[in-house]
Design a protein around this ligand. Structure first.
Ligand code: SF4
Length: 371
């Protein structure tokens, strides 16, 4: 199997900062598996693959989104619009320059690289030495805001190391699906972030540093091969079975938090193991007795509603009401298009108030610091 060269050179990266903070031993395991060529390939979900395409378009300056699907183009347009707003506000009339897109910064000890982090885009003011780093998030779901985001704090630390003359570091999380958040570090805070990063790297490099399973295992490339995560998953599984069979009372308090952490860690571990078996069956259909890879289900889809309407009226003299009965409005897409015409979310809600209804889903069980 050929694989892409690792841009991180097998070293810790800011993108794993949250996982590394909670499981210091994770990097040693990831590195050991990678060196032994045993790290399983990471298979992107369709949403993650779509996010990667949008990131690539932005990195290549393909701001028109050529080659992207319609929904992806709308996400890209929203990100570009948000970026322009944040940039204008941050620059406050000062002269600025684009320092780079998809820019990987390194921390060195002499000539030896220690770790890196890739920023989606970095701007700098020419005369006042301020930097703005933007991170795009295309997936739905809760994210730690910029003020407490581990990845962004480590990017600031890397910038402090690479641009020591910079006086102020701003970091912004942009997402078309959740609120934009911005944090600002002065030189002292950036220096503190750099020292924290060095401490974290030193602690993570200790050979005996333990591995601690939890919700962060979801983002660990070694989660299908980690003994601690597997053991924790088995404990969570047997405890869950005992609870559902009525043999064990549902724990509350700190034990409940421990059990929920173990379940959060177990689900991605099981999913990673399922993916690994899919890969094994793809390479050898006899690898797992009684299992095979069934072809994926096909799904019909009409992408161009205007052409469908034209065809329907040509053949059937269908009325618009009848045709629309078969259509479903994509609210976020409509909102995205309206926002490109300058309509804010509030104005959108006012304009469509008479036809807009709101449904609240059931409450979600969420860990307070989950990203
Ligand atoms: S799977 Fe979880 S416990 Fe194991 S190394 Fe990764 S983060 Fe740590």
């Amino acid at each position: 199997m050929t694989s892409e060269p690792d841009p991180r050179l097998g070293l810790p990266s800011a993108s794993g900062a949250w996982r590394r903070r909670h499981c210091l031993g994770s990097h040693n395991l990831i590195r050991a598996l990678a060196e032994a060529n045993k790290l399983l390939p990471q298979l992107d979900s369709p949403e993650a693959a779509s996010g990667t395409r949008i990131h690539q378009a932005l990195a290549q300056g393909n701001l028109a989104g050529d080659g992207l699907e319609r929904g992806e183009k709308q996400t890209l347009e929203s990100l570009v619009r948000l970026e322009n707003l944040v940039l204008t506000d941050w620059a406050s009339g000062q002269e600025w320059t684009l320092l780079g897109r998809e820019m990987r910064l390194w921390l060195h000890d002499g000539f030896r690289p220690l770790c890196s982090g890739a920023a989606d885009v970095i701007y700098g003011t020419i005369h006042t030495h301020r930097m703005l780093t933007i991170d795009y998030k295309t997936l739905f779901g809760a994210r730690e805001p910029a003020q407490t985001n581990d990845q962004l704090r480590e990017l600031v630390a890397l910038e402090r190391a690479n641009f020591p003359a910079c006086a102020e570091f701003s970091v912004a999380l942009l997402s078309p699906n959740t609120a934009t958040s911005i944090a600002r570090y002065d030189q002292l805070e950036a220096e503190l972030a750099l020292r924290l990063l060095r401490l974290s790297l030193e602690a993570a490099a200790e050979p005996s540093v333990p591995r601690t399973p939890g919700a962060w295992c979801k983002y660990c490339p070694a989660n299908a091969q980690c003994e601690e995560a597997r053991n924790s998953s088995m404990v969570a599984l047997s405890l869950s079975e005992a609870i559902s069979a009525g043999r064990y009372e549902l724990p509350l308090g700190p034990k409940a938090a421990q059990l929920l952490d173990a379940i959060s860690a177990a689900l991605p571990v099981f999913e990673a193991i399922r993916k690994a078996y899919k890969e094994a069956l793809r390479e050898d259909p006899q690898a797992v007795p009684g299992y095979y890879l069934r072809d994926g289900k096909t799904r019909r889809e009409i992408k161009d509603v205007a052409v469908a309407w034209h065809l329907a009226t040509q053949r059937l003299e269908l009325g618009l009401d009848e045709f629309l009965f078969g259509c479903r409005l994509n609210l976020s897409a409509l909102e995205g298009i309206c926002s490109l015409k300058g309509l804010s979310k509030r104005d959108f809600n006012t304009l469509f108030r008479s036809v807009l209804s709101t449904k609240r889903n059931a409450p979600e069980l969420t860990r307070k610091e989950e990203t």
